[in-house]
Every structure is written in structure tokens, then in C-alpha cells.
Design a protein around this ligand. Sequence first.
Ligand code: 6PG
Length: 248
Amino acid sequence: MTGNKRTIIVLSDAQAIAADAATRLQARIAQTSGPVAICITGGESPAPLYALLACEPYRGTLPWHRTHWFIGDERFVPAHDPLSNMGMARRLFLDRVDAPAENIHAMETSAGTPTAAARLYELELKRFYGRDELDPGRPLFALVLMGLGADGHTASLFPHAPSLHERQRWVVGVNEAGLAPFVPRVTLTLPTLASTREMLFLVTGEEKRAILARVLAREDLPASCAYSQGALVWLLDRAAAPEEHDGG
Ligand code: 6PG
């Protein structure tokens, strides 16, 4: 199923978003048996969710042994750098739970170039998936988390970037970020991110309200171009939600 139909859900605040996202993540994992892949994201917005996953009941009940954690985009900095997206996820939850080291699929960002790192990560994704081509009937991920940048970017897909039109590569290097932090990036492409049973955008805070209104109006911005083979859900807090969506 190609689900470009968006479900927009407005909740009270960032904690409510985190709680809802954690429930969805758990439910998506529970729909599977055997190894399952989740694609997480960087930025500040997912931090409350990650903190929640390190606490009960998730800490004790998620099937960590069969859950594999991939990252949708990464800043091209060493793994221990405070800017590292996977580094943040490790600090907030992956290092605090029983996730086996081999289930944490970080990008190789300490050597070479963003493009070389992209090639390596593409191979890693293909190895997990067991095929070189994505089959719309068999999504790579059970859940893909996404954020929204102030310029309308998502993952490291910035406005007007050629990477937005990439259809062959699963992962690409981005030599120049469109927004701070201005370090090169590595990002999954739109078709790869779309290969999921559910794509879940997490958007919180008043500073996101203006750009969110433009994305929800389907202006030509990267986040508006994101699609999903399965469900496409936008979780907004009341501060971020444009008036017509705030339910108030
Ligand atoms: C990154 C992200 C990026 C992020 C948005 C939103 O590496 O910066 O993956 O796409 O999701 O910029 O960031 P905030 O959640 O911090 O607003």
C-alpha cells in the first residue's frame, strides 16, 4: 500500500507525543516476529521518546534481542562527538537497555567521505533486508521516525538538494548541510525512508508552527515529499500545531 494520506494527531505536549510514539513503536514491533528494523532520527524532538524507552515498561518488555536500530541521517562527525545522532540515541536509551551491540547500526563517520560512508551503510541495510531492491510489499522498516527542520528539511534532505530526487541509491552523502550544524551529513533517501509500515513525524514547539503550516499545506518542501508504503502519521504538540489543526 502506498500511503500518502497523512494522519495528523495533535496532543498536549512533548511528553504526550513521546508516550504516544512509544506505544506505536511497541505495537509495530509486536506485529512482527524475528528480526525487526526501526529507523530512528536525530534532532531534539525525539529526545523525550528516547528517554522513555530507557524506562519501564519499555526497558523490560521491548524485545531488544530481535530489534535492530538504524539511523535515518547522521552528521559526519566521530561517534563520540556530541553532535552525533546515533551518539545521542545511545546516551538516551540504547546504552541503557539490553540492546545487543550488533543490533545498533551506526554509520561509519570517522574516516573517508560522506559518500563512502553512504555506500557502506547502504550495504549494511541491504544485508539486513536480504535483497538489493526494495519490494513495496515487504517494507524494510517497521517504523521510521522523522523530524522537521525550520527550513522544511527532514532527515538530511534539505530544500532544493539533488538527493531529494535520488531513486537508485538507498543512502547518499551530503557535503553541505542547509542548516546548522554545518557539518557534512549522510542520509537515507526518500524511497528508503518510505519502505516502512509506519512513518512517524514528531514535531514539537512553537518555533515549528510556521514551517509546519507550510508543509501541511503541501508546499514543495522536503518534509512534504516524504511518503510511506504504510501509514504516514504526524504527531504534533499543541504549540507546534497550526490553528486549523490544533483542535481548540
Ligand atoms: C538532524 C536531523 C534533522 C532533524 C530536524 C529537526 O540530524 O539534525 O535528523 O532532520 O530531525 O532538524 O530537528 P529538531 O528535532 O532538533 O528540531
